[in-house]
Design a protein around this ligand. Sequence first.
Ligand SMILES: CC(C)(COP(=O)(O)OP(=O)(O)OC[C@H]1O[C@@H](n2cnc3c(N)ncnc32)[C@H](O)[C@@H]1OP(=O)(O)O)[C@@H](O)C(=O)NCCC(=O)NCCS
Length: 266
Amino acid sequence: MQVWAVFYHPTLFTEDLYQRALGVIDVLDPEASARIRRFYRREDACRTLIGHLLRRLMLLEKGVDPGAMKFAITEAGKPYIVSPNLDPPLGFNITHDNALVAMAFSSRTQNPPAFSVGIDVMRLHIPGKESFPSFVHTMGDQLTAREHCLIFSAASSGENLQRFFWIWTMKEAYTKALGVGLGFDFKRLEFDVEDRILRADGEVPVGWHFRMFVLRDEEDVYEGVVAEFLGDGRTDIVCQNEPGEWLKQYDAVSFVEQAILRLSAH
Ligand SMILES: CC(C)(COP(=O)(O)OP(=O)(O)OC[C@H]1O[C@@H](n2cnc3c(N)ncnc32)[C@H](O)[C@@H]1OP(=O)(O)O)[C@@H](O)C(=O)NCCC(=O)NCCS
């Protein structure tokens, strides 16, 4: 499993760069570029655009010609690779939050066509001027009683916040790996963040592997989880504090320049 993370700062991302990158997607996938153009906010368009470049660069690294890359979405909206037919096949998933766009991919995960890999990354912050308890309260119906207890029993307010986001990103990564989409009742999942145990409908999901990680962007801290189903009869949740070979970080301007160069060279 690998993660590529791109940090996108709107003020550094010029109109010219946006148009040139969109021009590349225009040629490769006119439907995708039409969807990107429909975004009202340029920042949302850019995040989605970066997500499209990420999945294409992933395939380029596997030696696939950009013209042969075809993607589709499941009924619940999860994107997957339609062509080429890779051996072993490749599953991927995208997430974006604030300045971050990240993609997880794995060639070991099961369940075609979209494969059971899911990623969720979120910036550690409370939106607006809300207090932490009222913020958690608004999410209350998505949390179990034990999760509430764990969130508010941490030693410090910083740790409370971390616990909340670990619980949330764990639930999102797992449901995104399942590809179920909106409407899945998060209360069916319980993440015991202290003992690092996830339960779905009261049972530990077997064959699932989870990686918790932290990314830093200047002052901002992001927490993320990747979930993948390997179907190997084991379950583990590891916390990876140090970036390694599995994680690559880029800044959006140089990443997109590279993507334009490499995708249009073919
Ligand atoms: C649709 C959903 C997956 C998007 O999640 P999100 O946290 O808002 O957004 P993220 O940035 O993490 O993920 C967005 C990306 O996930 C991918 N995605 C879309 N639908 C997906 C699905 N059903 N499963 C997995 N991935 C999906 C897409 O690549 C999308 O990015 P793109 O549109 O730019 O290509 C999410 O809302 C969802 O369904 N969560 C599942 C459980 C749920 O209902 N939670 C309660 C919310 S209150």
